[in-house]
Design a protein around this ligand. Structure first.
Ligand code: G6P
Length: 609
């Protein structure tokens, strides 16, 4: 997730672009850059590692009236100056948000034609590809971009500046957001509305596979075949603060909604349904090494620990590899039984959690191969683990982890499938079916979000409770833990997550009519068992909220409230039940008037022991 901007008009382009980028820093902030045409129409590019303020400090006075800019959240290549955008080829400068899935094959073919690459990014192929077509047929920048985009697989919102075309910017989008801001003798391009609100509240929303030619006094939108598109202008009623949250009252709610897109990003370029496999270009473990793993040790803290626990069920169930999960803080002071055939997987959204880092160092000293699953490119763990997989969820502002958690789960599913294939534990047919079900998950998540009023109603009904229980079995037990964690973090209600079968060994003594119990009960091999657990708590007068499949006609007979999730393969249900427990926690905290994005005593990243 990155932020892109563009400006053409009569103001000082440098200050407009810098101000606009600052409003997009929530989309990424590890490096930034601008491309401008100076007073003589010469192209100038400035970029640097670090935040926008650093870029600002290296910019000279420049009489520019046109330019493009970028703030980066690295997905391909380290967050350094060379990898920062804009990327340049000949007279063409490009800023891009998204992932070019086939960039390696395009890069190879462009290199064979003599184009020289300087960065590790996927975006640089766009610059060379556009330049290649422009050199073949100079004169129309839009045609060159259209031809280039015809070869690209993946997602993009991009903006292009060329010194051959000093009076226009071209932008296009597919699966990444892009808007236009309209002014008097000036126009703007941006990833999101906050970037332009200081200058105008008149916007046009670009749709997928649309391209636009932006001039000082006009914007012309086309489809990718060059046919003109009529676009409606909208007036934005929000103020700037509301706009940064895209109109949502809290970052947490915004990030819960962004999960449809973050799942999509996590999957991008990794699924091979036809071959029945998953590819991880970044993984330095070949088939033989995967076959030789005797044990997996997962290390994580907080929400990431809950993802790790799901990992244990999946690795053991689908690959047959014995898997343990430990908190970083416990692992580092235990006497771990590790051998070089143990794979140590660290899960950490921030990549900076002190206990997880210390545990990875401990594992490295035993000669183990380490693999980190993290959301932050260039984080400390990405420099210390021998393998890294990025979750690509984009920056998360709310302290309570939501979209970073779901992306961790998606990476675990993909990794488990990849290992199961390497160890011949799953056939291509089963994998193909599972991968096509995975592709449907973003759509299912949207369905749950559409039904959020029901979850909100349920949350208000029980918002005054002093205690809450979450129960689940098997792969939904980690989601019971996560539901309880989310609720206590942001609503300050005491909540416990339990393996449903354990209730009778203690917690049942606490169950009474004042205690709601959330039973996560999609249909699968433990369905009948959790129905029995529901009956156990019902007979102690608890109110039961069931999270069940949409086609479950039975469960309503035994419980007080049913919250449904669309039907999917049982093994993937945690990706859906998670969204329900997140929304339940969110609306409960909202009802209780809590500080949702910044809960008391907590921090997004815990870098101390
Ligand atoms: C903090 C955050 C949690 C997070 C935990 C582990 O406590 O508030 O949301 O789960 O740290 O963080 P990590 O970055 O290692 O996933």
């Amino acid at each position: 997730m990155c932020g892109i901007v563009g400006y053409i008009g009569e103001r000082d382009a440098v200050s407009v672009l810098i101000e606009s980028l600052k409003k997009l820093e929530y989309r990424g902030y590890d490096s930034a850059g601008l491309a401008l045409l100076d007073g003589k129409g010469k192209s100038c590019v400035f970029k640097t590692e670090g935040e926008i303020s650093r870029l600002e400090s290296i910019l000279p006075e420049l009489p520019a009236r046109i330019g493009i800019g970028h703030t980066r959240w690295a997905t391909h290549g380290k967050p350094n100056t060379i990898n920062a955008h804009p990327h340049v080829s000949g007279s063409i400068s490009v800023v891009h948000n998204g992932i070019i899935e086939n960039y390696l094959e395009l890069k190879e073919s462009l290199e064979s034609e003599g184009f020289v690459f300087v960065s590790d990014t996927d975006t640089e192929v766009l610059a060379h590809l556009i330049n290649k077509y422009y050199l073949k047929n100079p004169g129309d920048l839009a045609i060159a971009i259209r031809s280039a985009l015809g070869e690209v697989r993946g997602s993009y919102a991009l903006s292009v500046l060329s010194e051959e075309h000093p009076h226009e910017l071209i932008a296009a989008r597919k699966d990444s957001p892009l808007i236009l801001g309209l002014g008097e003798h000036e126009n703007f391009i941006a990833s999101d509305i906050p970037a332009i609100l200081k200058y105008t509240n008149r916007v046009i929303y670009m749709e997928n596979l649309e391209m636009v030619r932006v001039k000082r006094d006009s914007v012309q939108v086309f489809d990718l075949d060059g046919n003109p598109r009529f676009k409606e202008e909208h007036i934005i009623p929000w103020n700037l603060e509301a706009a940064e949250k895209a109109g949502y009252p809290h970052f947490m709610l915004k990030e819960i909604h962004e999960q449809t897109n973050s799942i999509h990003e996590t999957l991008a370029g990794r699924l091979q349904e036809l071959e029945g496999d998953v590819i991880f270009d970044e993984l330095d473990l070949d088939k033989e090494q995967i076959q030789n793993i005797h044990r997996i040790e997962i290390i994580a803290c907080g929400t990431s620990f809950n993802a790790g626990l799901l990992g244990k069920y999946l690795f053991e169930g689908l690959t047959g590899i014995h898997t343990d999960v430990d908190n970083g803080s416990e692992f580092r002071y235990s006497n771990p039984v590790l051998t070089p055939s143990t794979l140590v997987i660290a899960i950490t959204q921030s990549g900076e959690t002190a206990d997880t880092l210390a545990a990875v160092r401990e594992a490295t000293s035993y000669g183990c191969t380490t693999l980190a699953i993290t959301n932050v490119v260039g984080s400390t763990i990405s420099r210390e683990a021998s393998n890294i997989i990025y979750t690509r969820a984009g920056p998360e502002i709310g302290v309570a982890a939501t979209k970073s958690f779901i992306s961790q789960l998606v990476v675990l599913y993909l990794l488990v499938i990849h290992f199961a294939r390497a160890r011949s534990m799953m056939d291509a047919d089963r994998v193909g079916k599972l991968l096509s079900e995975l592709r449907k998950i973003p759509g299912h998540v949207s369905r749950i979000l559409e039904d959020k009023e029901n979850i909100q109603k349920c949350a208000s009904r029980f918002a005054e409770s002093k205690d809450y229980f979450f129960i689940g079995r098997n792969i939904n037990y980690p989601i019971a833990l996560e539901g309880a964690l989310k609720l206590k973090e942001i609503s300050y209600i005491h909540a416990e997550g339990y393996a449903a079968g354990e209730l009778k060994h203690g917690p049942l003594a606490l169950i009474s009519e004042d205690v709601p119990v959330v039973a996560i009960a999609p249909q699968g091999h433990t369905y009948d068992k959790i129905l029995s657990n529901i009956k156990e708590v019902k007979s102690r007068d608890a109110s039961v909220i069931a999270i069940a499949d949409s086609d479950d006609g039975e469960i309503a007979k035994y419980v007080d409230v049913v919250l449904t999730v669309p039907k999917t393969d049982f093994i993937l249900t945690p990706l859906l039940t998670t969204v329900v427990v997140q929304l339940l926690a969110y609306y409960t905290a909202l009802e209780r008037n809590c500080s949702i994005d910044k809960p008391r005593n907590l921090a997004k990243s815990v870098t101390v022991e």
